[in-house]
Design a protein around this ligand. Structure first.
Ligand code: ZN
Ligand code: ZN
Length: 113
């Protein structure tokens, strides 16, 4: 993808359990908090440096078995955000391109019904 694509808006809804991102190219992404938290890109959650870019897209579509909330989002430079979860976890740096790669919409992830 084009590295110039950046979020123009990020909105969290803990009640609806989603995080929405509007991108500078007009694309719109909606992530379930469960999928985002379970795909946390930190070394600990990935289980090692070798798995850093391995994400399980199915996690965005399954029925959540856990309720997660976002307490805060901090922007890291101009390339990533850090998400502060209500379970105290905040090691994950979600890069823009990672987030865009994870976009579970029909267009980005057409394998889904
Ligand atoms: Zn993590
Ligand atoms: Zn998409």
């Amino acid at each position: 993808m084009d590295n110039d694509i950046t979020p123009t808006g990020i909105e969290v809804s803990n009640s609806e359990q989603i995080l929405e991102i509007d991108w500078s190219d007009g694309h719109h992404s909606e992530y379930s908090l469960f999928g985002l938290r379970k795909n946390c890109p930190c070394v600990m959650c990935r289980g090692g440096h070798g798995n850093m870019n391995t994400f399980d897209m199915e996690l965005f579509f399954v029925e959540p078995t856990q309720h997660f909330e976002i307490e805060n989002i901090e922007q890291i430079g101009n390339h990533a955000i850090k998400i502060f979860w209500n379970d105290g976890h905040n090691n994950g740096m979600y890069q823009w391109d990672t987030l865009r790669d994870m976009c579970p919409c029909q267009e980005c992830y057409p394998e889904q019904e």
